[in-house]
Every structure is written in C-alpha cells, then in structure tokens.
Write a new protein. Structure first.
Length: 139
C-alpha cells in the first residue's frame, strides 16, 4: 500500500521507542492499531457502499430493459391475439341458432294470396229440418 520495507519499519520502531519511551510504547501501539482498524472499517464501508450503488445502477438498467422487453412482448401478443378474437366472434355468431318467427301467433287477417273459406252461418234445427223436407218434396 505505502511500499514500506523492513528497513523503514526498523527506523520507525527506533524513533518511536526513543520518542515515546519503553513504558508508554504498548499503549501507543494499541491506539495506533485501533485507529488503523477504524480506518480500514471506514474504507471497507465506503467500498461496500460504492459496490451497492453500482449494483443498484445495474439493476435499474436491467429493470428498464426488462420493462421494455415486457412491453414489446405484450404488444406482439396483442397483435397476435387480435385476429383470433375476431375469428372467435365470427365463429360464435355462426354457431348461434337462427331466430325463428313465432308460429303460435294467429294473424288477425288472412293472407291476401290464400282463398278465404267463409263458413256458413249455423242454422236453426227446425229450419234445417224444414229445408231438408222441402228439398225432398221437390225431388
């Protein structure tokens, strides 16, 4: 990292021993170790944050691409299903039974082209017997 060799570490150890003293050197080394640990933790946290931001940016790009692909697929499916829906409507209309006219209703007037049979008015029984007797006498 800082490219420090054994010779440089030896010089630093001698200077620290002379400047701090042998009695306070362990506490000073402990404090330096704590500070180095905290610095490493901060660097690690920073790197993880940057990696997370990069992953989120990649995920956002992937989400956009996925949404675009989904939109294209839905459009193609819609274009494919549109003729099928029209065919289903036509087939359904063709399969429906035809509507027949109501034959139970009696028309109030007979059709013009058909002959009209008008029944004879009912005769009284006495009149009928007299007419039969009169016709028998004439023959």
């Amino acid at each position: 990292m800082f490219d420090i060799g054994w010779a440089e570490l030896g010089v630093i150890a001698v200077v620290a021993l002379v400047a701090i003293g042998p009695r306070d050197l362990p506490r000073a080394l402990h404090a330096v170790g704590v500070w180095v640990g905290r610095a490493r933790g901060l660097v690690r946290e920073f790197q993880q944050g940057m990696e997370e931001i990069a992953r989120e940016a990649e995920l956002d790009d992937l989400r956009k691409k996925l949404a675009e692909a989904e939109e294209k697929v839905n459009k193609e499916i819609g274009l494919t299903l549109e003729p099928i829906e029209e065919m289903n409507k036509e087939i359904g209309a063709a399969l429906e039974p035809p509507v027949l006219p109501d034959l139970t209703a009696v028309p109030s007037t007979p059709p013009v082209d058909s002959p009209v049979d008008v029944p004879a008015p009912p005769l009284d029984a006495a009149k009928a017997a007299d007419s039969i007797d009169a016709s028998a006498r004439q023959s």
